[in-house]
Ligand binder design. Structure first.
Ligand SMILES: *[C@@H]1O[C@H](CO)[C@@H](O)[C@H](O)[C@H]1NC(C)=O
Length: 315
């Protein structure tokens, strides 16, 4: 069975293609239940409120609304009424999409399910980037592997057109079996990469040490699936097996939360955004990931920087 037909069978789990009738009938049956089981109008009303707020809370955008399919012709697809997106790669071309909007600070969440089976040589890039020669960029790149061998999650940060800030990780799960959430929290004080809400990397604003920080150029969200078998898997030793094409990755549950940079807000969420550091739990999780899953850190690569490690590594 192809992956697509498997997914098609699972489709109800991703939400109906037209959510309104389902919500409506859900509401009707739930409120009927409430009325008949409690005979109490008050509970019915309460339930109505809960269902209503769920409806409002879950009315997140759709891929149609938030993204443009930018290359690869029909290899990039949006389906399930805008709730699911897929990119695929074959011998002729990869594919990609980008956000319609630009973002300046915020929290960006996306769920990805990566190319399954033999994905060696494939790269699924998911990143934020501004434009031009002095652009800023915040990267997740997923480097495929032979069936059963681990993906590498490669991260990087460009400021003013300059990158060379790689950290690489293995994941503590198989990223091809289920959807997992990959997030970026981008604030004036720091950038945090998260996987299933576990912080894996923090890049602090080190402008005081002369290190530029992305804070003036709005970024778009991009993703693409392509083949880079000259370096992706075991440093290029394992090539893409085109007899396994097309390779497909899936996306769902995109969410962008803008945050105001004004320090005056003292609402709960405002306070949360202003907090400079991770809390104790977050710091513990970060240490756990860095201890057991980090396989490369530019800040430890003395051979690469014989003149001395980059300034942000020396603090
Ligand atoms: C692929 O698997 C090999 C063998 O386990 C491992 O050394 C490598 O780091 C894995 N990932 C990539 C992307 O090469």
């Amino acid at each position: 069975m192809t992956k697509l037909s498997k997914l098609a069978k699972l489709a109800p789990a991703f939400g109906p293609s037209n959510p309104k009738p389902r919500f409506l009938s859900l509401f009707l049956s739930m409120s009927k239940m409430a009325y008949t089981s409690t005979h109490n109008g008050f509970y019915g009303l309460m339930l109505f409120g809960i269902v209503l707020s769920t409806m409002v809370g879950s009315s997140v955008g759709s891929f149609y609304q938030d993204f443009d399919l930018t290359w690869g012709d029909n290899r990039a697809k949006i389906f399930n009424g805008g709730q699911l997106l897929s990119l695929s790669l074959d011998k002729v071309s990869g594919s990609g999409f980008q956000s319609k909007k630009e973002y300046l600070f915020g929290r960006i969440d996306m769920q990805l399910k990566l190319v399954a089976g033999n994905s060696a040589g494939t790269v699924t890039a998911y990143y934020l980037s501004s434009q031009g020669p002095t652009h800023d960029e915040i990267d997740f790149e997923f480097l495929g592997n032979l069936s059963g061998d681990p993906y590498i999650l490669h991260t990087n940060i460009f400021t003013q057109g300059k990158g060379n800030r790689e950290q690489q990780f293995y994941l503590w799960f198989d990223p091809t079996r289920n959807f997992h959430t990959y997030s970026i929290i981008w604030k004036p004080q720091h950038i945090i990469f998260l996987v299933d809400n576990i912080p894996i990397r923090v890049f602090k604003n080190a402008e005081s040490l002369g290190v530029p920080f992305p804070k003036n150029q709005p970024m778009r969200i991009y993703s693409s699936l392509w083949s880079a078998d000259d370096w992706a898997t075991r440093g290029g030793l394992v090539k893409t097996d085109w007899s396994k094409a097309p390779f497909t990755a899936y996306y769902r549950n995109f969410k962008a939360t803008q945050l105001s940079s004004s320090k005056s807000s003292i609402t709960n969420s405002g306070a949360e955004w202003e907090a400079n550091e991770l809390d104790a739990y977050g710091r513990r999780r970060l240490r756990w990931v860095q201890k057991y899953f980090m396989i490369y850190n530019y800040c430890n690569d003395l051979k690469r920087f014989p003149q001395g490690l980059p300034a942000e590594c020396r603090r």
